[in-house]
Design a protein around this ligand. Structure first.
Ligand code: ATP
Ligand code: LTN
Length: 341
């Protein structure tokens, strides 16, 4: 089965992506993924998931009541950022039990070595004394997410490329063992904003987990203008004055990338606007651009969160729609391996 279109479905490519409700989303999540989901949703058939089961791979990370609240809040942020629930299916992963069930089948075909090679697994286990096995088998659940929905394209930041490639490899391995079942997906990585770095450490990717431990690391989508100003004005740069992207240090490049990704103009125009000025001016300009971009997202977010019943109804409709495709694919998987009623 080559593509979703070849599977007899509408001609538009099917898109699937997701984010973990580990905390409020940050600018990296927005510029590396969410903004591109919004921009591409009109020409595609979209499924966007809040992957709450993935959060449990680090069980001590989130309090249960908080996890439930964060799942809703991340779904509201998808919508506030511009995901249109009429065009896109938005749902919470655990509301569609086929995902967990299919992930077991992928666990059984995934060679241990493939899972142990994942950079995210190595990074997240580094220095930890006790590791749950869910952290290792995380990509089998991600493969279930993607493959259950006959996905053609997976728009993600650069850090998730390896997981999407593994998903494809698992699909091919499943096909060798049991016959053709899946559409083969590919990662779609943005040309700008694919890797936003921490404002306090431009050598490390901006990450929700790091942000929890280090104020000044990230700007969150729900930050007040004052909080945005504080983080960006204290961003690590260098002691020079180089503002041309190609020649700038990592911290300055990161600030220019944030500006350019939110602004949309080509980098030379951004460079021309800031030419002859210093890093302080660059930071002030980036603060303005970020605050302006966040303001409409925040006001839509608060309106959505004020009507929890409507948000829950929308997520219930999303789960129902997602379940239709997921259960069909799971039935094909079960028939292929010889389980199920
Ligand atoms: P965690 O630290 O909890 O692993 P995270 O901040 O890495 O979280 P995820 O939920 O893992 O966020 O990622 C959601 C999406 O955001 C993915 O598509 C991922 O590639 C993208 N993304 C995450 N961090 C960045 C970043 N710094 N720059 C660009 N894209 C990013
Ligand atoms: N591992 C991803 C989150 C994720 C995902 C997915 C992304 C889980 N399932 C399916 C795209 C498609 C991450 O961003 N850390």
């Amino acid at each position: 089965m080559e593509t979703h279109a070849a599977a007899g479905a509408p001609q538009r490519p099917r898109v699937f992506s997701g984010m973990q409700p580990t905390s409020v989303l940050h600018l990296g999540n927005y510029l590396g993924a969410l903004k591109h989901w919004v921009a591409g949703q009109h020409e595609r058939d979209n499924v966007f998931c809040v992957v709450d089961l993935h959060v449990l791979t680090i069980p001590e990370a989130v309090d249960p009541a908080e996890l439930r609240a964060r799942s809703r809040s991340v779904a509201a942020l998808y919508l506030a950022a511009g995901i249109d629930p009429e065009r896109s299916t938005v749902f919470v992963q655990s509301h569609v039990p086929e995902h967990a069930e299919a992930s077991w089948l992928f666990n059984c075909v995934a060679p241990l070595g493939w899972l142990q090679r994942m950079t995210q697994f190595k990074a997240k286990t580094h220095g930890r004394e006790s590791i749950g096995s869910g952290l290792l088998t995380y990509p089998a659940l991600m493969a279930a997410d993607i493959l259950l929905h006959d996905t053609d394209e997976v728009p993600v930041g650069e850090d998730q490329m390896q997981h999407v490639e593994l998903t494809r490899d698992l699909a091919v391995r499943f096909h060798h063992l049991f016959g053709e079942v899946f559409v083969l997906p590919r990662a779609v990585i943005p040309t700008a904003g694919a890797r936003i770095m921490g404002f306090d450490d431009p050598e490390a990717k901006m990450s929700k987990s790091t942000a929890e431990e280090r104020p000044g690391h990230a700007v969150f989508l729900l930050d007040t203008p004052d909080a945005v100003r504080k983080t960006i004005m204290s961003a690590v740069t260098d002691s020079g004055r180089e503002l041309r992207f190609e020649h700038a240090s990592a911290g300055v490049r990161n600030l220019l990338t944030v500006w350019q990704s939110l602004d949309g103009r080509p980098m030379p125009e951004i460079e021309a606007e800031i030419a002859g000025r210093g890093y302080g001016d660059l930071k002030k300009r980036v603060v303005e651009v970020v605050v302006d971009a966040l303001e409409p997202i925040q006001s839509r977010y608060h309106a959505l969160m004020d009507d929890q019943a409507e948000l829950d109804a929308l997520l219930a409709r999303g789960a129902e729609r997602a379940r239709e495709t997921a259960s069909r694919t799971l039935a094909r998987m079960q028939a292929a391996v010889g389980v199920g009623a």
